[in-house]
Design a protein around this ligand. Structure first.
Ligand code: NAD
Length: 306
């Protein structure tokens, strides 16, 4: 029998989207139309699905959406020219370049070219630095969503031991920074870690972002821990079809954890809701920096006391 409570990411995301929709309505009433530009280079089917989902959600909450689709053979200079144009456009508040990019384009150069105030993915080094320093910034969407789910489940996270499995720039590292800013004691495990299972088994909070189906099972989890499964893996279902599954072996972990996110329906919906939230934050920032604009709305609260 399963002991763990399933953390409902869809419901949490819907609540966040409802808040964002109210914020968007208030901005529109004040004469500001929040706008997100999504740039897709090439025709990778998974990226195409992600972009479609983002654009759909954008429109649902009342944010204007611009889609820029470029040919797979686009050169880096052409992409940088597009980003310069979007940076300079005062009607555009957020810019998202869908990753991965084709091999001829240096993704780091592209991310560095986005105006940090429009960097709704939070990948620009200015935003990475500000997050590390515990300063207000645009925070990467997936770890932001994980943090909100953890706070909703546990309340104050201060003093908890958190283990992050995976150290990527888009999930693991910013997740560790957010947990540290929320006063957790944080360990980061990765492909070269020794003793990973034992270290993980001492954690109150476990966030797994590896990209390998079922790589964390019950033997990694302390009884009563809260487990966030970021992984999205497509596996054969035995009937000639594929299904999505996480990095956590849910059947066994549900026996020992206090709470656990499902896949799908956990972190994924929160990621997209946090992208909408970041777009509103970016629109507020730009509005506040315009001469004779409205008084700035309060920033969206997100942890970060030192
Ligand atoms: P990545 O490949 O960039 O990083 C994987 C990390 O896992 C690396 O840091 C590596 O050191 C670590 N790792 C590999 N083997 C390990 C092992 N045996 N033990 C411990 N650590 C190990 O991946 P990523 O971009 O961080 O994504 C991770 C997963 O999260 C993927 O399945 C991805 O699809 C998913 N993801 C989901 C969302 C979402 O919205 N739900 C968003 C981003 C990524």
């Amino acid at each position: 029998m399963s002991a763990a409570r399933m953390i409902d990411g869809r419901a949490a995301a819907q609540a966040l989207l409802d808040e964002v929709a109210c914020d968007v309505a208030a901005l529109r009433e004040a004469g500001i139309e929040p706008c997100l530009a999504v740039v897709l280079v090439g025709d990778d089917p998974a990226s195409d699905v992600y972009v479609r989902n983002k654009v759909r959600r954008t429109r649902e909450v009342g944010i204007r959406s611009i889609e820029e689709r470029l040919d797979a053979h686009t050169c880096e200079a052409a992409l940088l020219a597009l980003i310069a144009r979007l940076n300079a456009d005062p009607q555009v508040h957020g810019i998202l370049v869908q990753l991965p990019l084709p091999a001829q384009i240096d993704a780091a150069a592209v991310l560095a070219a986005i105006d940090p105030h429009k960097d709704v993915d939070g990948f620009h080094r200015d935003n990475v630095g500000r997050l590390t320093l515990g300063e207000s910034s645009l925070v990467p969407c997936t770890p932001q969503g994980c943090l909100l789910l953890l706070q909703q489940t546990l309340g104050d996270l201060a003093g908890k031991h958190a283990v992050v499995v995976g150290r990527s720039n888009i999930v693991g590292k910013p997740m560790a920074a957010l947990l540290l800013n929320a006063h957790c004691s944080v360990s980061v495990l990765h492909s070269r870690s020794t003793n990973a299972r034992e270290l993980c088994r001492s954690a109150d909070i476990v966030v797994v972002a590896v990209g390998r189906a079922g790589c964390v099972d019950a033997s990694w989890i302390k009884p009563g821990a809260v487990v966030i499964d970021v992984g999205i893996n497509r596996v054969a279902d035995g009937a000639g079809q594929t299904r999505l599954t996480g990095d956590v072996d849910h059947a066994s972990v549900a026996q020992v954890a206090a709470a656990l996110t499902p896949v799908p329906g956990g972190v994924g919906p929160m990621t997209i809701a946090c992208l909408m939230r970041n777009t509103v934050q970016a629109a507020r920032h730009l509005a506040a920096s315009l001469p004779a604009s409205l008084p700035a709305s309060p920033p969206i609260p997100l942890t970060l006391a030192r």
